[in-house]
Write a protein that binds this ligand. Structure first.
Ligand code: FES
Ligand code: MG
Length: 590
């Protein structure tokens, strides 16, 4: 590396600062103490952080503890110095009340680390659902050269000769248990079979979605997202990622160069083609706001709805992560979209080349798993963004509407895109669990189930609870899904066509706070509207009454962070970020 480049390194302000030699000495001594030499720290070599998200508490990302060794070797070979540090752990399935509460906590912690320590570039280790957006959001705010390394999906799960997908099998097994088809022991066996190795969920859940979109955004090496965690190729890409970040520092290739409006448009389109999670709009909005890109929620419908589903992965399809990798992964999908002119090919990516240069002409290796554009699994696979007097914005993944659901709700020849029914309203998941199977709750096949009190404020972080199963007595009669609407989220591994992420939430006094059990509700998919059929006067009276009683009630905070986040968090349609954080952009720039 030339002197011109090393002179620009921000780490020199810590370790090689002749104007302030006593501070330099103080900074140096403790890093010397952990084993780095004076020559190394003052060599002008870039100091590369490894933001380590793996730990015993985060099993999905734990394999990064192993992969980091290969990243270190890559960084060293390319002439960099490594400092690895922990990121606040997030485990999707283990954190109470919900892992989503911790996305912004990991973000804000990582911002402080990247800004406040002598790091010239960073390898972001990503994987489990919230770890990817948290890391990308922080890299966006700080804007030092950054590259993401996915931990990779688990191997395929198998049970009695059939693929069992992590997360997705839980929804199915719950129905089987409720219908009396399996017992508790078989339930556990079935679910455990879906998680056979290290790595993140092998379905097209939020983890596969966000790791794929990270690659589509250009923030990781092309072809890297889909490599299963235990494969040798995963070790190799860890090493290449380490080498590449050193070059990125030399080139001064920053997140702001990569995370452009074009990159987000590409990601939206890829999300539709892969059948990505309904959590993606929340996280991409958050990343976009922290880098300063305007990405209104309606753009998901405008740019993404008409894109067909090409990737045949559970929950929308049949296959799992290993199959996706063997079929060509993200580059094969992007290549199909490029042929249709649906990708901004000039968007620059982490390897210094454009997405067009990386992906144009990449062939599909297995057309059962990745379909050619002309033979999709589903047309119009993107999200609808609904609005009305219940909320300003909510997301619906129409590509997972089942034939049963379509027959029951969307087959009126005079009104084929709309349905109406009476609401049954639950206030939070505990209320739902307590009453769902009680015949007194009054749920019929015509009912629309509502879940409120589950948004970023109400259930701090926003719970994955909107996809509610019907009562057992309806499942045994063959009713496997009722329309579900709510201000919470749903797991990306769920195949339910719920209307979710409703903003503003009930706890912020959105329209959902006003609906009552028994009200009729009309959903129109063609117009993208959702309305409770109650007069404006009646709704105004209900609002006044609720406000007089102190607003929509939600449980008290249990931790300091819950209280702090509740006081500053925004709504899901705009990323559910810490609102005061948006104005801090590109803060490491000199
Ligand atoms: Fe961690 Fe699914 S629970 S990736
Ligand atoms: Mg999840």
């Amino acid at each position: 590396m030339s002197d011109t480049n090393s002179a620009k390194l921000r780490s020199r302000a810590w370790f090689d600062n002749p104007d302030n030699i006593d501070m330099t000495a103080l900074y140096l001594e403790r890093y010397l103490n952990f084993g780095l030499s004076l020559e190394e720290l003052q060599s002008g070599k870039p100091i590369i952080g490894i933001a380590q998200t793996g730990s015993d508490l985060s099993p999905c990302n734990r394999h990064h503890l192993v992969l980091a060794e290969r990243v270190r070797e890559g960084v060293r070979e390319a002439g960099g110095i490594v400092i690895e540090f922990p990121v606040h752990p997030i485990q999707e399935t283990g954190k109470r009340p919900t892992a989503a509460l911790d996305r912004n906590l990991a973000y804000i912690g990582l911002v402080e680390i990247l800004y406040g320590y002598p790091l010239d570039g960073v390898v972001l280790t990503i994987g489990c659902d919230k770890t990817t957006p948290a890391a990308l959001m922080a890299a966006a705010t700080v804007n030092i050269p950054a590259i993401a390394l996915s931990v990779g999906p688990m191997l395929n799960g198998w049970h009695k000769g059939e693929r069992t997908g992590s997360g997705t099998i839980v929804w199915k097994a719950r129905q089987m248990l409720a219908a009396g088809e399996i017992d508790d022991a078989e339930f556990i066996r079935l679910v455990a079979s879906s998680a056979p190795s290290t790595g993140y969920c092998n379905t097209m859940g939020t983890a596969t979605t966000m790791n794929s979109l990270c690659e589509a955004l250009g923030m990781s090496l092309p072809g890297s997202a889909a490599i299963p965690a235990p494969y040798r190729d995963r070790q190799e890409v860890a090493w290449r990622t380490g080498k590449r970040i050193v070059e990125m520092v030399a080139e001064d290739l920053k997140p702001s160069d990569i995370l452009t409006r074009q990159a987000f448009s590409n990601a939206i389109r890829v999300n539709s083609a892969i059948g990505g999670s309904t959590n993606a709009p929340i996280h991409l909005s958050a990343i976009a706001r922290h880098i300063g890109v305007d990405l209104p929620i309606k753009d998901w419908e405008r740019e993404g709805h008409a894109i067909p589903l090409l990737v045949n992965l559970q929950p929308a399809g049949e296959y799992l992560g290993e199959d996706f990798y063997r079929a060509g992964g993200v580059p094969a999908v992007v290549s199909q979209l490029i042929e249709q002119g649906l990708i901004h090919e000039d968007a620059i990516t982490a390897n210094g080349r454009t997405i067009g240069q990386n992906c144009r002409g990449i062939a599909i290796e297995d057309e059962k798993v990745i379909r050619p554009f002309a033979q999709p699994l589903v047309q119009d696979a993107g999200f609808l963004v609904l609005s009305g007097n219940l909320f300003d914005a909510a997301i619906m993944k129409t590509s997972v509407i089942s034939p049963e659901f379509r027959t029951r709700y969307l087959s009126n020849p005079d009104d084929p895109d709309a349905f109406e029914g009476p609401a049954v309203v639950f206030d939070g998941p505990e209320d739902y669990h307590a009453r769902i199977d009680d015949p007194a709750t009054g749920i019929t096949p015509e009912t629309l189930l509502f879940m409120r009190g589950a948004g970023p404020i109400g259930y701090p972080g926003a719970a994955e609870v909107v996809n509610m199963r019907p009562p057992s007595y309806l499942i045994t009669e063959g009713v496997h899904a009722l329309p579900c609407i709510g201000d919470g989220r749903q797991s990306g591994t769920s195949g339910s066509p719920s209307i979710l992420n409703a903003s503003p939430e009930a706890a912020a006094m959105g329209g959902l706070a006003l609906i009552r059990t028994g009200d009729r509700v009309r959903i129109d998919l063609r117009k993208a509207t959702a309305n409770v059929l109650v007069s404006d006067e009646e709704l105004a009276a209900r609002r006044a009454e609720l406000e007089a009683s102190g607003g929509y009630p939600y449980p008290a905070s249990q931790t300091p962070w819950q209280e702090m986040q509740r006081s500053v968090v925004g709504q899901m349609s705009t990323g559910a970020i810490l609102e005061g954080a948006e104005k801090y952009q590109r803060i490491a720039q000199t």
